[in-house]
Design a protein around this ligand. Structure first.
Ligand code: F0G
Length: 401
């Protein structure tokens, strides 16, 4: 049993109402379960495969889900990279290993399942890329049409390729992500498409399982979760999941929720640093990490609460720091991620250097999307292949042998 509850005024709505904002105060809604009614046996959870659906008692879907085996992503111990920063317990949860190559699949398996449960016949989103790729994939699996709005010229190649190949109707708008989100919201309200951006409370339910899995894999509660922040849905979702685990008595403390943004697109960081009650939108966000190029994060209110209530931190990293960490993850740990994902680990490096993170902490960085999402940014950073004549002497000479 669950209902939708306004995160600000607490107004309640029935779970089958298609609603994205509170009618009384305009704030976002969250799914609230009757935790006292739930029978959750951690041994039963552990007996199921590691996946989003291991935790189905804490998910809103009651029909057979639209699934492609999402979640169950690896948690890597970053031994060498951690050592270079003086950290012994640095981990990366590689969400790029999901079916479409990003954490969005956790949200979409739940969100698109809910679209069917609520008898919607089409789905839509605005996206910096990954959400659109994921929605296209899950729309295809569900057999319903998907419409995606992208900021023209600002979406990494792999993500556009996925949205197109999986058959979404792909629209590029001459405007940024924040504008695309406003437009798709209006479209969904006026024409009944089911909106699957992170204003959708059900989608975020799937994303909270990142935290559940990391705790299961680590065998304990980490001291800190570090996430890249764009629209701020993911950090809020993971925090919500942890609140539920605490309420159920399954964990007894909160990791410090830590959000990392790109320096050119950092309204949440600014709000934390300047202790503002709410974020001031950044009108011209810009960063090489196009996935998190968002100036007006719609989930900012929840993210600020998550960071403040858990004694967490927020920090921004420059594009150079992001790209350096992308290369270090690739070359020192063998982990290929897109720039936005490298931001979380780059943030840790910065915070450790500044002495704001204790070197004994157990830290889980969420690396959110796969390297191949943005091949152009990869190629730009690397030397091109050495082309030679097809004979052995040329090969030996190219290898300086
Ligand atoms: N990392 C990646 C790779 C992303 O694609 C996103 C968001 C984030 C981090 C930030 O997550 O928005 O929940 O704070 N991408 C969205 C999209 C906005 O449209 O694909 P957030």
């Amino acid at each position: 049993m669950y209902r939708l509850v306004c995160v600000s005024c607490g107004a309640e709505y029935p779970p089958d109402e298609i609603i994205y904002h509170c009618r009384k105060c305009g704030h976002l809604l969250a799914v609230q379960y009757d935790l006292t009614d739930l029978e959750i046996d951690p041994a039963v959870w552990r007996s199921r495969p590691l996946s989003v659906w291991r935790y189905k008692e804490l998910l809103p879907v009651t029909i057979p889900p639209v699934t492609l085996a999402e979640g169950g992503t690896p948690l890597y111990h970053l031994e060498r990279l951690g050592k270079s920063m003086g950290l012994r317990h640095l981990y990366a949860k590689h969400e790029g290993m999901n079916p479409s190559g990003s954490f969005k699949d956790r949200g979409m398996t739940v969100g698109v399942s809910m679209a069917l449960q609520l008898r919607r016949t089409s789905v839509a989103c605005a996206s910096t890329g990954n959400t659109s790729a994921s929605l296209a994939v899950y729309g295809a699996k569900a057999g319903i049409p998907a419409v995606v709005l992208l900021p023209a010229g600002k979406v990494a190649l792999g993500k556009v390729a996925q949205a197109l190949m999986h058959g979404a109707k792909v629209i590029s708008i001459r405007g940024n992500f924040d504008r695309a989100l406003e437009m798709v919201h209006d479209l969904c309200i006026s024409h009944g498409l089911y909106l699957l951006n992170s204003v959708n409370p059900y989608r975020l339910e799937g994303q909270k399982t990142i935290g559940f899995e990391a705790i299961d894999q680590l065998g304990c509660v980490p001291d800190r979760f570090v996430l890249p922040v764009g629209n701020a849905g993911n950090i809020s979702a993971v925090h919500k999941g942890l609140i539920e685990l605490v309420a159920l008595g399954l964990i007894d403390r909160y990791p410090m929720m830590t959000g990392i943004q790109a320096a050119g697109s950092a309204p949440v960081v600014r709000a934390i640093e300047e202790n503002l009650p709410e974020v001031i939108p950044e009108p011209h966000p810009d960063t090489v990490a196009t996935a998190i190029r968002i100036g007006a994060p719609v989930n900012a209110e929840k993210a600020l609460t998550a960071i403040r209530k858990t004694g967490g931190l927020a920090a921004s990293v420059t594009d150079e720091e992001i790209l350096k960490m992308q290369r270090d993850l690739a070359r020192i740990e063998g982990i290929g991620v897109e720039p936005a994902s490298a931001a979380s680990v780059a943030g840790v490096r910065k915070l450790v250097t500044e002495g704001r993170i204790d070197r004994d902490e157990k830290i889980v960085c969420v690396v959110t999307g796969h390297l191949l999402k943005d091949p152009e940014t990869v190629i730009r950073q690397c030397e091109p292949p050495i082309e030679i004549d097809a004979d052995l002497p040329s090969l030996l000479s190219a290898l300086h042998l």
